[in-house]
Design a protein around this ligand. Structure first.
Ligand code: FES
Ligand SMILES: [Fe+2]
Length: 398
């Protein structure tokens, strides 16, 4: 399958019109067949955020993840280095690591016990040549290690590239520049929240990068809000999102749940403390992560595809280390609870939009965008198309 089997040139042009008149991608892009195309051409050409370093904090921790439908295991070796390995046994394709574990010195495949180092090297093959005979003539273990993939860490986010994406040091530059006013290292880990949406990962993610639906979808976030700024934040195929700045009726009394900003600030390098105090970056780190960056906490949200019809959402929260003090505990808890309330409020939107895909095509309905709020969503769809087009061009040359 190729991109033109799903999206016509005319539809791509319609996506690229000015936001107010642009049309969103057709339903075919949310199908099982397109997910296969994403597995071939999109995920391998992206740095995909799949975990946070808190998922494997210690030496000997192993953490299996999926990059689309490719199983990968992350391991932390004795030196603290994180490795990414294709989690498929080189013997007969068993999943080597089926669940997260701690204190591991090696990875033993459950089926025939081929055992690999935390760096993927094949260490032993018990009984390969007969009972108590661990090798065989011509057997070359040095060529049968687990396949390695590139791994990068950006603050606490762990990203994997299965293919030939640009080096991560290059890729991260626009993100670093955008967030240059923030101190995001050595943060206090604030815990995790997980749920599953009944819809394609792109439906779930597109709903996560616009604030247009807040008054109706998440009314608790609008208490006291009388106006707001909402600017698209866009950079090529690295990120898309918004800079959101609500304006409150009464600064002292507002109980808005997105931006309480009462904990020690992550914006220590930022000189203008007000109104930046209440600002929120909502950034899609393409393809499938969103960071929610408030003045006083950061949320890493992973939208992990579980096939083409489900999305596993994982929130990880981090605070300024100064927020560890006991007097901040109640606010930390309130912040975490506020996000955990927001996530399930989107269940129905994801479910029904996904269910409506086929019928929307039949009825001739094309999605539209608010020019004020949804340039971020439009740009996300452009990156999906651009990434696959680029991969198809590279494949044609190869
Ligand atoms: S499939 Fe892994 S040891 Fe046989
Ligand atoms: Fe939402």
């Amino acid at each position: 399958m190729k991109l033109s089997d799903f999206v016509s040139a005319e539809q791509i042009m319609a996506l690229h019109r000015p936001t107010a008149t642009a049309e969103g991608l057709p339903a075919s892009v949310y199908s099982e067949e397109f997910y296969q195309l994403e597995n071939d051409l999109l995920f391998p050409n992206a740095w995909v955020a799949v975990a946070v370093s808190g998922d494997l904090p210690e030496t000997g921790d192993v953490f299996p993840v999926m990059v689309g439908d490719t199983p990968v295991v992350l391991t932390r070796d004795r030196t603290g280095k994180i490795h990414g390995l294709i989690n498929i046994c080189t013997h007969r394709r068993m999943r080597v690591v089926t669940q997260a574990a701690k204190g591991q010195r090696a990875l033993s495949c459950p089926w025939h016990c081929w055992t690999f180092g935390l760096d993927g090297k094949l260490l032993s093959t018990p009984n390969l040549g007969g009972m108590h005979v661990n090798t065989a003539p011509g057997f070359a273990p040095d060529q049968l290690g687990l396949k390695r993939v590139r791994v990068a860490q950006w603050h606490d986010l762990i990203l994997v590239n299965l293919g030939n994406a640009v080096a991560f040091e290059e890729h991260r530059k626009p993100l670093d520049h955008l967030l240059r006013d923030y101190d995001l290292d050595n943060l206090l880990y604030g815990g995790k929240y997980e749920c599953t949406y009944e819809g394609n990962w792109k439906v779930a993610l597109e709903g996560g990068i616009e604030e247009y639906h807040l008054p109706w979808g998440h009314p608790q976030t609008m208490v006291g809000v009388v106006d707001c700024q909402d600017e698209p934040m866009i950079h090529g195929s690295v990120y898309t999102g918004t800079y959101y700045l609500p304006k409150f009726r009464d600064d002292d009394q507002h109980i808005a749940q997105f931006a309480p900003a009462t904990l020690p600030s992550l914006r220590s390098r930022f000189t203008d403390e007000r109104p930046a105090k209440d600002s929120l970056y909502v950034l899609n780190v393409f393809p499938s992560a969103i960071i929610g960056l408030n003045a006083d906490h950061i949320l890493y949200a992973l939208f992990l595809p579980d096939g083409s019809t489900k999305t596993r959402l994982v929130f990880n929260y981090y605070f300024h280390p100064g927020a560890a003090a006991p007097e901040h505990e109640a606010i930390r808890r309130a912040t975490v609870d506020a996000w955990a309330l927001i996530a399930p409020q989107d269940d129905d939107y994801v479910r029904y939009v996904h269910e409506n895909m086929r019928a929307s095509e039949a009825a001739g309905i094309r999605p539209r965008f608010s020019p004020f709020w949804e340039a971020s969503v439009q740009h996300f769809q452009k990156i999906v198309i651009d990434t696959i087009q680029r991969a198809e061009r590279e494949r044609a040359v190869a």
